[in-house]
Design a protein around this ligand. Structure first.
Ligand code: XUL
Ligand code: MN
Length: 344
């Protein structure tokens, strides 16, 4: 029995379209996904603002809130909570050059409108967390904007959100690149610095995605540990990634089982979840996946996470201590490999 509660986003079950080809699986209606998420054992759903209110630009604030209430009652039906709302600041024509640090003032105002509406939606869904994946916040042409100005615009925008709602929490999901060339906020270290520069650092933290850490050339467990040490790990997006290439969102643990083990270990050792945090997945099915297997990558990720939780429970801390005392790191490493291979 897992000690954790899990969450997932509706975009994690998708039709398989990518930059190079069209959809290969049928779209599944949102309510059907929620039902299946509950059956698979998830406790909460992660949302983008327009997952909750499609065509959000066409509605007034009151209409947006009413539509969010409809989604809340759908979640209630399956005993699911909403974990967070993330403004999707990368699809709209107003976010071609990014949102909070766009070179167009009109577009920056549009980004704030989406951020405020995301807060309204979160409130209607009964959650207090806004995730900012800063997809296009950076440069595609390095000389197009000053990184100093851009960083300050991000801090200013977060301050406005903190002022708009006095108890909302803002959670930055760092990523070093893609779709942007050079990101402004690429790692947990950047997130902590931005947090410290806001008007209420206690309400600004991070969402560590395993694949994003790998893309930054960093170890996901260390990024998680760094944010935990600062008391600012608000959620996680667990998945996997084959080295520094396009963002793959593979099932958790399928590329690097030892790195996955260490992510579970650092979460478990440090009481992650004790204050209501969810273990969030952000995994994509392979494009080759058939319709009937649309949820298999979620099932696999949960299965791998729980199996690794079991390995963490069996981790021999006495043996580890002895190895450290005698500086026998070769022995310790082999013990970890034996544990993962099922030999001990
Ligand atoms: C993109 C990514 C997003 C965010 C949510 O790399 O991870 O799905 O998690 O906006
Ligand atoms: Mn993510």
């Amino acid at each position: 029995m897992s000690k954790f509660r899990f969450s997932v986003g509706p975009w994690n079950v998708h039709s398989g379209a990518d930059s190079y080809g069209p959809a290969v699986r049928a779209e599944i209606p949102a309510v059907e996904k929620y039902k299946k998420f509950a059956e698979l054992g998830f406790s909460a759903v992660q949302f983008h603002d327009d997952d909750v209110v499609p065509d959000i630009n066409n509605y007034s604030t009151d209409e947006i809130k009413a539509k969010a209430r409809e989604v809340k009652s759908q979640l209630d039906q399956f005993g699911l909570k909403a974990e967070f709302v993330a403004p999707r600041l990368w699809m709209d024509e107003h976010t071609i050059d990014g949102g909070f640090m766009s070179t167009s003032q009109e577009d920056r105002e549009y980004a704030m409108w989406r951020a405020y509406r995301s807060i309204d939606i979160a409130r209607e869904l009964g959650c207090d967390l806004i995730v900012l994946w800063l997809a296009r916040e950076g440069t595609v042409c390095a000389e197009s904007k000053s990184p100093v100005w851009a960083t300050k615009m991000l801090i200013e925008s977060i301050n406005k959100m903190l002022e708009y709602d006095k108890s909302i929490r803002i959670c930055i999901e760092p990523k070093p690149n893609e779709p942007i060339d050079r990101s402004i906020c690429g790692t947990m270290g950047h997130v902590m610095a931005i947090s410290a520069a806001t008007i209420d650092p206690s309400r600004v933290g991070g969402n560590l995605e395993s694949a994003h850490a790998v893309l930054a050339g960093l170890d996901p467990a260390h990024e998680i540990g760094f944010a935990l040490a600062m008391g600012k790990l608000m959620t996680v997006h667990l998945n996997d990634q084959n080295s520094i290439r396009y963002d793959q969102d593979k099932s958790f643990g399928v590329e690097n089982l030892r790195a996955a083990f260490n992510q579970v270990k650092v979460l478990k050792e440090n009481g992650y979840g004790d204050h209501g945090e969810y273990v969030g997945l952000d995994v994509k099915a392979m494009r080759t996946t058939k319709d009937q297997d649309s949820y298999k990558h979620l099932e696999n990720s949960l299965r791998i996470f729980k199996a690794l939780e079991d390995k963490v429970d069996r981790f021999d801390y006495e043996f580890q201590k002895k190895c450290v005392e005698s500086r026998d790191f070769e022995g310790l490493e082999m013990y970890v490999m034996d544990l993962l291979m099922g030999i001990v």
